[in-house]
Write a protein that binds this ligand. Structure first.
Ligand code: GH3
Ligand code: MG
Length: 417
């Protein structure tokens, strides 16, 4: 009968999900805890400690679990204070497991401990905490949004970028932070976010009414019964500025800000087509600064640059809005003069450019007297294509250079106009 009782107790203990151990306190002379004798354990405890029940029961904790001596020391430090049932979490470093321990004293100097393994929950909590921190500290703006656009969470970056508090953002709809001019494409973008995800560029608004360009990566996910979207939003102001700068440099000369060779030739090609339709001729003027090397050599490259900027600005100042000026490289410039009636128009502009360039120019207290040599070709008489026109103007310019510079010359066809 007694044996039956014991085996019933054992069965009950083994049926527990928790690990179970019954300990008898062994005290020092001063009453402090010296060790704990293991009276009873269950099979879960065996799994937790890795020590067979037969080996554990009857021995002390220190004998059975020497490897976790330190852990038990820390654990037992709490025990003398134990006057009533206590519950606490405990981490067993040697087996890398977290337990929720429920301890109570059924009799004097006897402690029953129940161990619930909470490692999975604990680790899930850690992962959740990591996720929370990564969300909060992300470099991009992160917004969690409901299907109807209602913002349900926003990270620190979002608050910094938009100038709203988290509470304000959480009372707003995603459309409230988009620039109104992007409204027409909103529904289509969200449809794509809901069916596989989408990356698109847009413009967002700050609380103060200013706007900034963004790249948005949006995707929907079903969480329980609701549909949510994550919007990963990146401020692309810098990228846009770089793109604009690159696009600008592809067309314009960085030093003077006027058209570069490629852009000028593209415009010249267009003008040829326009002129064919309108039957109104135009002129191409190629000019080069006389003795520019002298300026560089005597006053330095910086002064040379300043003179190049002066020539570009002075030329731009005297041509019409419909005319074009470009820098072909070095100290060589080119002008496209549209809609001329006669070669007198070309001569008149060439003289105006010469006068403007020759006007007193002072850089760092140095006075420069800038002279240029201009060669002119005419469309359609000198050539029917851009290269031919430039070649004719170039020849005319070298004719001027050859004769001492500072003058203007046509290629040859002026008589036809
Ligand atoms: P010429 O009267 O025959 O035109 O002779 P020049 O002294 O003006 O010499 P040339 O036109 O043959 O050479 C132009 C010089 O311009 C050569 C080069 O050192 C200089 N140069 C080219 N690009 C730049 C630039 O961006 N800045 C400066 N400061 N100088 C440049
Ligand atoms: Mg020159």
């Amino acid at each position: 009968m007694a044996d039956n009782k014991i085996s019933c107790g054992e069965i009950m203990h083994d049926a527990l999900i928790e690990g179970y151990v019954l300990l008898s306190i062994i005290r020092n002379a001063d009453g402090t805890h010296k060790d704990y004798q293991i009276i009873e354990t269950n099979s879960q405890f065996e799994l937790i400690t890795g020590r067979p029940q037969s080996h554990a029961e009857g021995n002390t904790v220190r004998q059975v679990l020497p490897a976790i001596d330190e852990t038990w020391n820390e654990f037992s430090r709490n025990m003398p204070q134990m006057k009533e049932n206590v519950k606490f979490e405990f981490y067993f470093e040697n087996i890398d497991k977290h337990f929720y321990i429920s301890a109570y004293m059924p009799f004097e100097d006897t402690i029953a401990l129940f161990f619930t393994d909470i490692t999975i929950q604990k680790k899930a909590k850690d992962v959740f905490r990591i996720h929370e921190l990564l969300f909060e500290e992300a470099h991009d703006i992160l917004l969690y949004v409901k299907k109807d656009g209602q913002i349900v969470n926003a990270n620190k970056r979002a608050c910094d970028k938009y100038g709203y508090t988290r509470e304000e953002l959480m009372s707003m709809n995603i459309q409230d932070i988009r620039h109104p001019f992007t409204a027409f494409e909103f529904n289509k973008q969200m449809e794509q976010a809901d069916s596989g995800g989408i990356v698109f560029e847009s413009v967002h608004m700050r609380k103060d009414g200013t706007s900034f360009p963004v790249e948005v990566s949006a995707k929907s996910t079903f969480i329980e019964k609701g549909q949510f979207r994550i919007h990963i939003i990146r401020d692309i102001t810098q990228r846009k500025e770089n793109e604009e700068r690159i696009a600008w440099l592809a067309k314009y000369d960085a030093l003077t800000g006027i058209s570069n060779r490629a852009n000028f030739i593209a415009n010249l090609e267009q003008e040829i087509q326009r002129s064919i339709r309108s039957k109104i001729p135009f002129s191409v003027m190629l000019f080069d600064i006389d003795k520019f090397k002298h300026i560089n050599d005597n006053y330095g490259h910086e002064a040379g640059d300043a003179v190049l900027r002066h020539v570009a600005a002075a030329t731009k100042n005297v041509i019409r809005l419909t005319d074009q000026v470009g820098r072909f490289g070095g100290d060589e410039f080119v002008v496209l003069q549209t809609d001329i009636k006669s070669c007198d128009d070309a001569i008149a502009l060439a003289k105006r450019i010469q006068d403007a360039v020759n006007e007193e120019f002072i850089y760092k207290s140095i006075k420069f007297n800038v002279k240029i040599s201009i060669g002119i070709s005419l469309f359609p008489d000198d050539s029917k294509d851009a290269n031919g026109l430039l070649l004719c103007a170039d020849k005319a310019m070298y004719y001027v250079k050859h004769n001492g510079g500072g003058d203007v010359s046509f290629f040859e066809s002026c008589k036809i106009l």
